[in-house]
Write a protein that binds this ligand. Structure first.
Ligand code: TA6
Length: 276
């Protein structure tokens, strides 16, 4: 575990002797890079703002305590805008972990009148990474949240990529407001922004020769799949014109129904990535 400055961000590099490694920024509690099997598995836009002026585009933004614009908070909540603290680590030769924490503060209370402790634990093993988000209500009032681990996966060419594992799940297309059932194989040759509800089975993202199993805990109610394609990408100042081609978001998410925590209560949700 070594501190590393990445474009001015305070980061931690966590590495296993076999070569797998990750880079996480204290700004946003944001995973920026996961190298497994000798290859970068996450997309990070070269045009992303890295000075805290805007959320980081790529990696794994922590969206909390609000998903998208389903409430009065900034889009996707405030956790990705704030500095987190590194609170624990555990280093072994075959497994290493790192925990970052965001607690309620003057800044969060100005936006949201709740007391909380949010943790992100990164569990690194050869060929595998588990991200666990934990929330604790440290206040005296009930606390309700939605959110997501908004993971951006690197693709050589998203138009050739395939995502399986969402077949039969209730699908809501946010672009058309249409409802359907998840197809056996999802392909990405147009803008795509859909929410899949119901019990998750492991998904498989196949990008050329590179496969990744993506699974999530049952404590998340939804899975979100997003690619902006050409036009939406052009409207994003922090994306290169063809950036959409090199990414696909597959998110462990809580979209429609908030999780409510009584005082003292905790919640945990994970997303696990494993080379296929
Ligand atoms: O999770 C998908 C989504 O909610 C899309 O609708 C899209 O807006 C995306 O997140 C990115 O949001 P951002 O605020 O990071 O530009």
């Amino acid at each position: 575990l070594v501190p590393e400055a990445f474009a001015g961000l305070n980061c931690w590099r966590l590495a296993l002797p076999g070569g797998d490694r990750l880079l996480v920024s204290e700004q946003g509690g944001h995973l920026l890079s996961w190298i497994a099997g000798g290859r970068e598995r996450l997309f990070l836009s070269p045009r992303s703002a890295l000075d805290g002026s805007a959320p980081i585009r790529g990696g794994v933004p922590v969206c909390w305590p609000q998903f998208n614009q389903r409430g009065d908070l900034p889009k996707h909540g405030f956790a990705r805008h704030l500095p987190w603290l590194t609170t624990a680590y555990d280093l072994g030769s075959d497994v290493a972990s790192l925990e970052l924490t965001l607690c309620s503060s003057e800044r969060t209370r100005a936006l949201w009148p709740h007391e909380f402790e949010l943790t992100l634990t990164l569990h690194l093993q050869p060929g595998r990474l588990r991200l666990t988000l934990g929330a604790r209500n440290t206040g005296a009032q009930p606390l309700a949240f939605t959110g997501a681990l908004h993971s951006y996966f690197a693709c050589d060419d998203v138009t050739q990529a395939k995502l399986s594992g969402l077949q039969g799940r209730p699908e809501w297309d946010s672009l058309t407001d249409g409802h359907a059932q998840g197809a056996e194989l999802l392909r990405f040759d147009a803008e795509f922004d859909r929410v899949y509800s119901g019990a998750a089975i492991p998904m498989r993202l196949q990008d050329g020769a590179h496969g990744l199993h993506i699974s999530q805990s049952l404590s998340w109610s939804d899975t979100v799949v997003w690619n902006p394609h050409v036009a939406k990408c052009a409207a994003l100042a922090d994306m290169e014109p063809d950036g959409w081609r090199r990414m696909l978001c597959v998110e462990a998410a809580q979209v429609f129904e908030a999780v409510t925590l009584a005082p003292g209560q905790t919640w945990q949700g994970w997303q696990q990535l494993e080379l296929a």
